[in-house]
Design a protein around this ligand. Sequence first.
Ligand SMILES: [Zn+2]
Length: 400
Amino acid sequence: MKNTHAKKQTKRQVSGGKIIRLCVLFMIGIFSTAIALAQEKIEAGDPLNNTEIPNFYKCKLSDIEKEMDLVSTGQVKVIAISPSGLPVYAVYYGEKDNLHSQANYNSAVAARNPVFFAKKDSSTKPVVFFLGPVHGQEAEGIAGLVNLIHIAETGKDYRGNDWTSLKNKMEQCRVIIVPCGNPDGRKRCPYDSFVGLPTKIMTKYGQGTRKDGTSWGWPKAKSLHPMEGNVGILGAYFNDEGINMMHDDFFSPMAMETKAILEVARTEVPDITVSLHSHENVPRILPAAYVPWFMKERIDQLIRDLNKRYIEKGLPHVPAEWFGEPSVEDKSFPPRTSFNLISALHHVSGTMAFTFECSHGTVNEAKPVPIVTHADILDIQLNLYDEMLEYLLANRLLWE
Ligand SMILES: [Zn+2]
């Protein structure tokens, strides 16, 4: 009886989602001229976009659109509309459990038990939140998550490789996948992949330039926020209103995308959450800042487990000497560690949140960086997802 009711409800939600999607697509039609103008052009002298991107590497917004049409066992929803009118999609797998919430997270913790926020006992499914790139040039996460959706639907990735074990783990959980957190940034980025391209090109179009043509670079790209005024190329880091969701104002969010991402965490209460990013270096999970010590230790364990897996799979990995204790933030002035989107995701929901940095596969004359192919990038992504699920299923924290 319970099951039949649940099935009916799921069906209704699916059709509701489709109606919302149709409305959104209509709105996109209206805004299409503006969107067409929104892409930054590749400047004269810069390398052209990669033309040798394999078909399995689904890293474009159009790939997400096509994948949304193929979802049948999951539910598709539009959780936000970007400033340029683009949808931010979320795909949900597994029925949502009733978590009997009676207080917000921090009040529940103050009452000495997160169960007052969400009753996540052994009768509820573990919840996993995969947040695709909020930095538009870091499309590696889109390629990974579109393949993950395909695995959830078929058990195989777009190369035809079998991932039944990953699919089985997903079926034991509620899984939320946001394939791209910043469609504006992705749309503006004129490169679909940086494999074989110089890091400085990725930086130029990713973090943007000033009016005089100089790159903002890291960390100066965070020194003007919203990024408006002295802007030549608006970097793919930002949405069309210049907001970098990693460093939004979390007590009064500026971007609808940020609000929607935090709302997913607040309402779904994920046990584990990854925010997918990329850099020129080896793939790795970054420790989270301003989260409790026990959570830092859990993330540290997962960092080590994932690195071990990358070694076993022959993928780029972190050298042993990089490992140490989780760190304490800013013991002395000046502060350099920010309370960022990862910290905020934890503090609205208690989730084990962290950043993952994939390798872009760029080249850099100044220092050695890992060489990766598109197939390596997909393996880096899918092995991360599998390791997260494996860790969670073996190490879940129950709130009861
Ligand atoms: Zn990033």
